[in-house]
Write a protein that binds this ligand. Structure first.
Ligand SMILES: *Cc1c(COP(=O)(O)O)cnc(C)c1O
Length: 397
């Protein structure tokens, strides 16, 4: 089920005379001849008309863009839409989801601080914790969802509770109002990776979470042609990240990518509706297949505030299925990482479990080698199901 007000909010913001296009107007790039999308302001710097105007800007009396590493009108238009979509006060676009995650975490932690992180966190977020933050003296501990929910003392002395709900690969959902209540009592800042929900199916800021993170490379972009990230929060939290890690780590979103993301947002509601319809069809039909041990596909009201079922889910087969043969028998579904675009994809857990290099969270916390992640795209649902069913029949041992 889609929150219909989301559509109204996004379109009002895109077409509205005030917010994003107004900001673009500030830089002298007025809306051209009734054009619909915001212009791509492909400029690294912004000049000033007088010494006084320059001095006023540098001393903080005015707020127009100076330099694209920190501020750019096309990027600001996207940030404004994201803040509205997530019901936050402000947002910052980044060059990738990992840039958003690392720049946000680094704005909050110092040596000796403790992070409580959910198990089955996105594999590269786990590596960020282990390979970068831990060697800098940040303590990281991992807990299952049940501990976050049921142990009111878990977050005592913790600086950051880092959450992902649903979690990567296992798709475990968390009761966010309950966990954020524990966090508030202990003064822990809560951050959540909300990529799965595509902003429409879960609004963590309305459930007590402090900071929302996204890989915008997924549903927000929606076309497998952009790598980007975004953080949404209150003015205070965003000001802290904007002052500290945005200029100093410099992983800011570029204007052309911001333009693509704004384009993505304009079709987000329609796309999410289609992903959800296909996911519902798959869940119904998977649930009666004898080869399916478990379906990992959270849906509306599984936890408070979850209002939809996205197209990314896990299916655990029994031992009768030859998983490599199943993958090779698929024709519509392609094999690959990432998700959230037009095309349907499969990602077998055993490939993640065998990944080379530093340990990832799948290896550390364990997932069934019989798990296959499905990214249900925007193709005809019946074509996808026929492909899936045919490949399954062809891969029985
Ligand atoms: C892809 C992904 C990320 C990382 O985002 P990038 O844009 O690839 O840097 C983070 N979290 C989740 C849940 C993801 O799927």
């Amino acid at each position: 089920m889609i929150d219909e007000t989301a559509l109204a909010t996004l379109l009002a913001a895109t077409h509205g005379a005030d917010a994003p296009l107004g900001q673009i107007g500030q830089s002298g790039q007025a809306r051209v001849g009734g054009s619909v999308p915001p212009p791509i302001v492909q400029s690294s710097l912004f000049t000033f008309d007088s010494y006084q105007a320059f001095a006023d800007r540098m001393s903080g009396k005015t707020s127009s863009p100076i330099y694209t590493r920190v501020q750019n009108p096309t990027v600001a238009a996207f940030e404004d839409l994201m803040a509205k979509a997530e019901r936050g006060e402000a947002a910052i676009g980044f060059a990738s989801g990992m840039a958003a995650i690392s720049s946000t975490l680094l704005a909050y932690v110092k040596p000796g601080d403790r992070i409580a992180c959910v198990e089955h966190v996105y594999p590269d977020t786990f590596r960020l914790m282990e390979r970068l933050l831990r060697p800098f003296g940040v303590e990281v501990e991992y807990h299952p969802v049940s501990a976050f929910e049921n142990d009111p003392e878990l977050l005592a002395g913790v600086t950051i509770a880092y959450l992902e709900s649903p979690s990567s690969n296992t798709f475990e959902v968390m009761n966010l109002p309950r966990v954020t209540e524990h966090a508030k009592r202990h003064g822990a800042v809560t951050m959540i990776d909300n990529s799965w929900a595509g902003t429409l199916f879960q609004r963590p800021l309305t459930l007590g979470v402090d900071i929302v993170l996204h890989s915008a490379s997924k549903y927000i972009s929606g076309h497998s042609d952009t790598v980007a990230g975004v953080v949404v929060s209150s003015h205070d939290h965003i000001a802290r990240i904007r002052d500290l890690t945005v200029p100093l780590l410099g992983a800011k979103l570029a204007p052309f990518e911001a333009f693509l993301l704004t384009r993505g947002l304009r079709t987000l509601v329609a796309r999410m509706r289609q992903h959800e319809a296909t996911a519902n069809l798959f869940v119904d039909r998977l649930s009666v297949l004898p080869q399916v041990r478990k379906i990992r596909s959270p849906g509306p009201n599984d936890v408070p505030g979850l209002t939809g079922r996205s197209g990314l889910m896990g299916v655990e087969f029994d031992d009768s299925v030859d998983i490599p043969a199943f993958c090779d028998a698929l024709t519509h579904f392609k094999l690959g990482v990432s998700w959230g675009g037009f095309e349907s994809l499969v990602m077998p857990a055993r490939i993640g479990l065998a990944q080379a290099g530093e340990q990832n969270s799948m290896q550390k916390f364990g997932v069934s080698p019989n798990l296959v992640r499905l990214n249900l795209g925007l193709e005809e649902a019946e074509d996808l199901w026929a492909d899936f069913a045919t490949a399954l029949a062809a891969s029985q041992r």
